[in-house]
Ligand binder design. Structure first.
Ligand code: NAD
Ligand code: MG
Length: 293
């Protein structure tokens, strides 16, 4: 049974090359990433909680948003304005679960949007208990000499600065028992040669998780990070990897395949739930077997 789930329940083959313009739409991918629409079953683990998930339109954020809604939470998702189509799909799925879904389009590279996004989520949801800062940009670049200042700034704006601004705004509303979850990466501990700027930002998130766990512990607010390995999402086919790496994407992991976003949902649920009452300052690897420490 276990073996079936580990090796065969999810797509384990090679991928077709496919290139989309950043940030990409998962509805246009082949195969479409599995974000748990057909499989995730809730059990009231987050009943009546209110969650904001950045990048909740697609990929890992979408898998978390769908799981949270089915666990009983109301949801706000932020996303890039070009991703309206994916976001509308999530809204339909969340509403089918009997929960509300607030849509917050905006570009996290713009100074000010992160704070506005949190404020709007709090107003629309009537509070905030779970903050998942998951949005991310990854654009590969083999030679550091070709890393433009614009790319360097964009990567840090989205992956690090917006996270800090969102937390600053959210702390006015978070209380004892509430949870912040950051999506870091295995790149934060094992950086690849072609992901210099991206990998740096994911290390920043691990550092931030540890310093803020220490700072927020006395308030009873928990913060943890998830470090995914290779997961089949729009980020990878919209500049995240060179096209030549797409067919073999994930095949070098011990489990010999890429992961699907749905396979991360239960970790995001655990870290958000009251069951994680003594878990803070940690980094959870979901990598298909590659060690993260
Ligand atoms: P994804 O493309 O489905 O999700 C990333 C989301 O980030 C986008 O949907 C978009 O809404 C948001 N985003 C990107 N740029 C933005 C901008 N300028 N303004 C507003 N929103 C913006 O891909 P994903 O892989 O699910 O990514 C989610 C997180 O997981 C990212 O932080 C990524 O770095 C991280 N991650 C992914 C992998 C992987 O292999 N896919 C591995 C490790 C970490
Ligand atoms: Mg998207």
């Amino acid at each position: 049974m276990n073996d079936k789930k580990t090796r065969n329940q999810y797509y384990s083959g090679k991928f077709e090359k496919q290139l989309q313009k950043y940030p990409g739409l998962q509805s246009k991918m082949t195969p479409i990433p599995d974000t748990g629409e057909k499989t995730y079953q809730g059990n009231d683990k987050l009943l009546h909680k209110k969650a904001l998930v950045t990048g909740g339109d697609s990929g890992i954020g979408r898998a978390a948003a769908i799981a949270y809604a089915r666990e009983g939470a109301d949801i706000a998702i932020s996303y890039h304005p070009d991703e309206e189509q994916d976001a509308q799909e999530v809204k339909t799925i969340v509403e089918k679960a009997g929960r509300s879904c607030i849509l917050l389009p905006g570009d996290l590279r713009e100074e000010g949007f992160a704070k506005k996004m949190v404020k709007r989520a709090v107003e629309a949801l009537g509070g905030l208990d779970i903050l998942v800062l998951n949005a991310g940009i990854q654009q590969y670049q083999f030679d550091i000499q070709n890393l433009t200042s614009k790319q360097l700034r964009d990567t840090f704006e989205v992956n690090v600065f917006s996270v800090v601004y969102a937390i600053q705004e959210a702390l006015q509303y978070l209380d004892e028992g509430d949870s912040i979850i950051l999506t870091s990466s295995i790149q934060g501990v094992k950086p690849s040669a072609h992901l210099v700027d991206y990998a740096m930002t994911k290390s920043c998130l691990i550092s931030l998780t540890k310093s803020l766990a220490a700072q927020l512990g006395s308030k009873g607010i928990r913060i943890n990070a998830v470090a995914p390995g290779p997961i089949w999402t729009a980020l990878q086919i919209s500049g995240g990897q060179p096209q030549d790496s797409i067919p073999e994407f994930g095949q070098k992991q011990p489990l010999k395949r890429a992961g699907q976003p749905a396979e991360l949902a239960s970790v995001y649920v655990l870290l958000a739930s009251d069951e994680a009452s003594y878990i803070t300052g940690q980094v959870y690897g979901v990598t298909g077997g590659a060690p993260i420490n």
